[in-house]
Design a protein around this ligand. Structure first.
Ligand SMILES: Cc1ncc(COP(=O)(O)O)c(C=O)c1O
Length: 482
């Protein structure tokens, strides 16, 4: 008989290592228990009983209880330590528990924890000014949100009202968040469960030379054909109906797809020609991840709206936002903006953004990210690609890299099928397990392993992590034809 999680909990039973056991068989562990203890802590039991996790079949998961973290490492309550090569959800750009960032939050908490968004306060004002100063072009005002989804959601609302048009072009192989509009724009399977979404979202293919939707053979061809395709989509949808094109400047979870030189400039030109708002979703790619403050800086392109979150304050307190061009902000000079959030511009979150930006500047973190990409990660991954038959391609910049794994380098058949789960995903599950056994917490998605540790990681820790991945990849090689 299969019992639901609810039935198990009602009967004081728990799933443990694949079997069902009585609650008293668990001991509530104390902090002094050894790493070999299999007892479950109160934190674990309460989690299983009461915490409903994102994107998960609730009875199928067994979350690691994180007890602490510092810099590029975190550890569980049994004392197992991991190099965090995922930066949690690619957001802890500054590293864990940066003492100056923690101190700034404490200081702000003593001063002023919260105010309604109709008021001004020093922390929010300074965060907005600093972010506007960093942003390219005429991006000059900031609407603060609690995270990335609310940022993309508000960005399309602004674009629609500014242009009085309703269509939004969004790319396949993208993620923009999990609220109604942001999930409709999302071009990956996470959207499927919430379809049909909001009206007016039209999809297009972005560039991805390794698996080109346009049968291109190199980056230049891919760039040209992807732009022609986008121009065609605009034509057949009616340019006069298109409010915005949204894109991840460098696609994150869906593959670290770095656009070929000229692509973002080409999209900018199309937008200018047709009066379309260009929205750059930099929730993952921004704030140093790509070795620049914003990924678009790499190509000197100024969007009309930039969505940010994650790296702005490394998630120490939830924060996101939209950086708004003066022209679009002026649309709402005399006409109210029809959107808001109780916690827009939350002082604690904004104080942590101010501190984080200061630390980035003092510690040269952007420069360090660029150095890691150019001198450490890029060369190491090239060497790995030469050695491992399972590696189809490595790509990235800054501290934002993907290792794309294949069964066969000639056919480029992915190591696991698109959106694989369960037994189909076994080779990737084994690879992730091999990394964890060696003390590295990996970020995997479909047939890829992403190299995305905190951008403050030392050269030595980065090399240690890459050596672990190199060793673990032998697991993937066993599934590859060579
Ligand atoms: C590019 C991008 N946009 C938007 C989001 C959504 O952000 P959040 O989870 O903070 O709502 C994410 C999250 O991973 C993201 O990577």
């Amino acid at each position: 008989m299969t019992l639901t999680l609810r039935q198990l909990l009602a009967a004081d039973l728990y799933r443990h290592n694949g079997s069902i056991v009585r609650a008293e068989q668990y001991q509530l562990r104390s902090a002094s228990m050894t790493a070999t203890s299999t007892a479950r802590s109160r934190a674990y039991l309460d989690d299983r009983a009461h915490v409903f996790h994102s994107w998960s079949a609730q009875a199928a998961i067994s979350p690691l209880v994180v007890a602490g973290a510092e810099g590029a490492r975190f550890w569980d309550e049994d004392g197992n330590s991991y190099l965090d090569f995922s930066s949690q959800l690619v957001n802890v750009n500054i590293g864990h528990q940066h003492p100056k960032l923690v101190a700034a939050i404490k200081e702000q908490a003593e001063l002023l924890c919260t105010v309604a968004p109709i008021h001004a306060n020093a922390a929010t004002s300074e965060a907005a000014r600093l972010i506007a100063e960093l942003a390219p072009g005429d991006l000059d005002m900031v609407f603060f949100t609690n995270g990335g989804a609310e940022a993309t959601e508000n960005a399309i609302r602004m674009a629609r009202l500014h242009t009085s048009r309703h269509k939004v072009l969004a790319a396949y192989r993208s993620y923009h968040g999990a609220t109604a509009g942001s999930l409709t724009m999302t071009g990956d399977p996470r959207r499927w469960g919430s379809e049909p979404g909001i009206p007016g979202i039209v999809r297009y293919w972005g560039p991805y030379t390794y698996r080109s939707a346009f049968h291109a053979e190199d980056d230049a061809q891919e760039c040209g054909r992807a732009l022609e395709h986008l121009a065609d989509v605009i034509m057949v949808e009616g340019a006069q109906n298109v409010a915005a094109i949204i894109l991840e400047s460098v696609v994150g979870t869906n593959g670290i797809l770095v656009p070929p030189d000229g692509y973002l400039q080409g999209v900018r030109e199309l937008c200018d020609r047709h009066g379309i708002v260009l929205i750059a979703d930099e929730v993952m790619a921004g704030f140093g991840r790509c070795g620049e403050w914003f990924a678009v800086d790499h190509w000197d392109v100024a969007p009309d709206l930039i969505c940010f979150a994650k790296g702005v304050n490394s998630g120490y307190i939830p924060l996101g936002g939209v950086i708004i061009s003066r022209r679009i902000a002026d649309t709402f000079a005399d006409r109210p903006y029809p959107g808001g959030l109780t916690y827009s511009g939350h002082p604690l979150a904004c104080a942590s953004a101010v501190a984080s930006i200061g630390i980035f500047k003092e510690e040269g973190i952007i420069e360090h990210a660029r150095h890691l990409g150019e001198d450490v990660v890029g060369p190491a991954l090239e060497k790995m690609a030469a050695r491992h038959p399972s590696i189809g391609e490595v790509r990235g910049l800054g501290v934002f890299w993907a290792i794309e794994l294949v069964r066969d380098r000639q056919t480029r058949e992915p190591l696991v099928p698109f959106n694989a789960a369960g037994p189909d995903a076994q080779p990737m599950t084994e690879l992730a397990a091999a990394c964890k056994e060696r003390g590295l917490w990996p970020f995997t998605h479909f047939n890829r392993l992403h190299v995305v540790p905190p951008i403050t990681i030392s050269d030595d820790d980065m090399r240690t992590g890459l050596a672990i991945i190199d060793e673990a990849l032998e697991v993937a090689d066993r599934h590859a034809a060579g």
